[in-house]
Ligand binder design. Structure first.
Ligand SMILES: *Cc1c(COP(=O)(O)O)cnc(C)c1O
Length: 385
């Protein structure tokens, strides 16, 4: 902890444990303690740690061709763009690669400027990243306020409120950006017809609809993309987190007329589409298919949702697939998280009364049971009856 404080900036606070190795959903710290990892690098290590397919793909690539820039094509960037295009079910889909979620949303923001309009609608409490453009889209005052002035022309409306969205959209609106399920806000699921209505309003006013699937994409919810439950399609999808299976990779996928807005010279990223990161992403997609993980995610999610709801003190359990939010009647989330860590379970508290659980997609039923057991004990010790 002292070394961290002396050499790293204080923006994260100081971590209490140092992780040194991992296999699947088990990680070990520098003192030799083991933990069940049900946060997975913040919804990122979709195949867990040291998955053989990722290890093999990345090792092979790093000894073959490490980096080339976008002045040149390479097999992985072509293969991955085609795989993502296929996953959208839309032949017009075109991919831009970057290195993070914030960058994917920055790319969407710049793309929207190419419509010739500049007004944007986003939602309150949303999270779209920390760079100045992405932060301007983000709807959390605590993260925004220290960095004002932010971008102008962005309106934030209540998430899930279709009427408020309708009022905020005009012919001057370039884009609407929404998380299909809000992750950082505490896993908030909107009313079932919300995305469909937003799609209608966007169509009526000629507005680009962007679904930020950075957290809900890549199988996390039991679908490839977190919006699929809604039956509507966006014009733009942003991805990162799970895409690289632990390596830094983001993508902004545009479909239909939006796919032709960027022309040569409009945007770029030196590392975007890097051969090693794209090798990892190809291994992620292939393994999710081969191991039938989308169905597995539904089953494990169902189990956790049911079991966690039975714990005394838990007031609500919500989410989709293996993105689960859980609220308490009392503000004990930080204490419960701390106790879980002591008992060997890593989870996270995005708020004082909210817990987020987002493990690897390939967790076993035994690991899910162990999570429930440790969690039940930690809640029991902290909840005042
Ligand atoms: C994490 C997240 C981001 C930001 O991703 P970074 O890789 O940290 O820049 C953006 N949008 C959503 C929905 C996220 O969950």
């Amino acid at each position: 902890m002292k070394r961290w404080q002396r050499a790293l900036q204080d923006n994260y606070g100081t971590p209490t444990i140092e992780l040194v190795s991992g296999k699947g959903s088990i990680v070990k710290d520098a003192n030799g303690n083991s933990y069940l990892d049900f946060l997975a690098g913040i919804a990122t290590n979709v195949l867990g740690h040291a998955h053989p397919a990722i290890v093999k793909a990345v090792s092979k690539q790093v000894t073959t061709l490490g980096h080339v820039s976008n002045f040149y094509a390479h097999p992985n960037v072509l293969d991955l763009a085609e795989r993502l295009q296929k996953m959208t079910g839309d032949k017009s889909a075109r991919v831009f690669f970057c290195n993070s979620g914030a960058e994917a949303n920055e790319a969407a923001l710049k793309l929207s400027r190419k419509t010739g309009k500049n007004k944007i609608v986003a939602t309150k409490e949303s999270f779209h990243g920390r760079t100045m453009g992405a932060l301007s889209l983000t709807g959390q005052p605590s993260k925004r306020d220290p960095f004002k002035p932010l971008l102008k022309g962005i309106t934030h409306v209540t998430f899930g409120d279709a009427k408020a969205m309708k009022r905020a959209i005009s012919k001057k609106t370039a884009m609407v950006i929404i998380e299909p399920i809000m992750g950082e806000a505490g896993v908030i699921v909107p009313p079932s017809d919300y995305l469909k209505k937003v799609r209608e309003y966007c169509d009526a006013a000629g507005v680009l609809l962007v679904f930020d699937c950075v957290q809900t994409g890549m199988g996390r919810t039991g679908d490839w993309f977190g919006y699929e439950y809604s039956g509507v399609k966006p014009d733009v999808i942003t991805l990162a987190k799970g895409l690289g299976g632990g390596l830094p990779l983001g993508a902004m996928i545009a479909m239909g007329p939006a796919s032709e807005l960027f022309v040569a010279g409009d945007h770029g990223s030196t590392f975007g589409g890097n051969p090693i990161a794209t090798a990892a992403a190809l291994a992620v997609i292939t393994s999710i298919e081969k191991e039938k993980l989308l169905t597995h995610v539904d089953q494990m999610g169902e189990f956790l949702l049911t079991e966690l709801a039975l714990i005394p003190g838990v007031s609500e359990v919500r989410g989709a697939g293996l993105l689960i939010g859980l609220t308490f009647e009392q503000p004990i989330a930080k204490a419960v998280t701390k106790r879980c860590q002591e008992l060997g379970l890593l989870i996270n508290a995005p708020g004082d009364s909210v817990i987020r659980i987002a493990p690897a997609l390939n967790i076993t039923i035994k690991q899910a049971e162990k999570c429930v057991k440790i969690f039940t004990q930690a809640v029991g010790e902290n909840f005042n009856v």
